[in-house]
Ligand binder design. Structure first.
Ligand SMILES: Cc1ncc(COP(=O)(O)O)c(C=O)c1O
Length: 383
């Protein structure tokens, strides 16, 4: 199945953050929403719910956990137990609620910058403090700093907030690093909260490994928070799953107040069940092919129009982490790009000090919009 983005006039009819934050002369490639139509099965499920007014509370028994378990089995050869999952409104809420349980007030939570900016706020919201252990830039990619993480654990960190695949670099952490992280966490009694929201968008050759599928140690210490929301563009519908794989971690998630689960959106749940169903597999495969083309097109466009840009093709997702330091546009090039080129990108420094000189660009769009965005940005270089 071919998945093609909507046209700009169609997109401008949308009322979500991506299309309302900036005036109409700005091309928005910032927030992580995509410009594709809904998967047909998702659209049908939502239309049916509207037709029959199925807009009440989420039921206490739903097919969501089974749907995700079947999806995980088909797509990742991973067999999580539906009995060890609970839903909530979104991945952010799942992270905060788990962190509240696995840390003490003022405890330390490791994050690995450059990283999704709200991670810093989520740790704080949970009453803990951020301990930064930046990713190592190998020149060819990024990897976890396992030596730095060990030191943080020795110094008393109570949890690590992992992002797999990683936002903004698009890194799929390899199995060996994840296994080593799990061993370390088990050794020091540290909880690993793994945000796997971008996992359905890992490209096949990247060999994405769910953290809980890595080892017995990972299953003892790990909590995965997953959602259909990034791949299927359902963020506004509010549904995510907290997944565990041991008695100890399941007990922690089961101990969360029932309200945490009640906040799941009914539309989000119906949409997620349809998204995770086998019926949506061909659409998701089509989306992955479109994103594969876009991530390569972006490389060609940058090479041609902005030779100073440094961009490594991501393993997953639709976010590109671009180093524009060599262009001389300052620490926060997205500011200048917004003002002078009328293209909205995410501000690099928001991801941590490592983001100076960087931007994050969302290529979950059409080749036409992507091309125009890069061409607009390139006009700055010629001034
Ligand atoms: C890594 C990561 N985690 C969490 C979120 C937010 O997810 P939610 O809207 O489910 O809280 C995003 C959104 O882009 C993200 O990239």
């Amino acid at each position: 199945m071919q998945v093609t983005a909507l046209s700009l006039p169609e997109l401008r009819e949308r009322s979500s953050e991506k299309w309302r934050e900036y005036p109409a002369d700005v091309l928005p490639l910032f927030v992580a929403e995509t410009d594709f139509p809904l998967a047909p099965a998702v659209s049908a499920a939502l239309q049916r719910a509207v037709e029959i007014g199925d807009t009440g509370y989420v039921a206490s028994r739903t097919p969501l956990a089974e749907a995700f378990a079947a999806f995980a089995h088909r797509r990742y050869a991973w067999n999580p137990d539906p009995a060890r999952m609970r839903s909530t409104a979104d991945v952010s809420m799942g992270i905060v609620e788990i962190l509240r349980r696995v840390t003490q007030p003022g405890g330390q939570v490791v994050v690995t910058p450059p990283v999704y900016p709200p991670f810093y706020d989520l740790v704080e919201e949970a009453g803990a403090e951020v301990l930064r252990v930046p990713l190592i830039d190998t020149g060819a990619g990024w990897k976890l700093d396992l030596v730095g993480i060990r030191t943080a654990f020795e110094d008393g960190a109570s949890a690590i907030l992992l992002c797999n695949p990683h936002n903004p670099t698009g890194t799929v952490h390899d199995r060996e690093s994840l296994a080593a992280l799990a061993e370390l966490a088990a050794e020091f009694g540290v909880a690993v909260v793994s945000d796997e929201i971008h996992a359905p968008l890992a490209q096949p050759e990247a060999n994405y490994t769910p953290f809980l599928a890595v080892s017995d140690a990972a299953r003892l210490v790990g909590y995965a928070v997953v959602s259909a929301s990034k791949a299927f563009n359902l963020a506004g519908l509010k549904c995510a799953l907290m997944v565990t794989s041991s008695d100890q971690t399941s007990a922690v998630v089961r101990s969360l107040p029932v309200e945490v689960e009640w906040r799941t959106g009914q539309f989000g749940l119906l949409a997620a069940v349809a998204a995770f169903s086998e019926e949506s597999d061909a659409w998701l495969d089509g989306l992955l092919r479109t994103l594969d083309e876009n991530r390569r097109l972006l490389h060609e466009l940058l090479t041609e129009h902005i030779p100073g840009a440094r961009y490594r093709i991501p393993d997953a997702g639709y976010l590109a982490w671009i180093d524009l330091s060599a262009c001389g546009w300052g620490d926060n090039p997205a500011r200048r790009i917004l003002k002078e080129a009328k293209v909205a990108l995410h501000f690099g420094p928001a991801f941590g000090a490592e983001g100076a000189g960087h931007v994050r660009l969302n290529f979950g769009t059409s080749p036409e919009i992507l091309t125009e965005a890069v061409e607009r940005i390139a006009t700055i270089t010629r001034q």
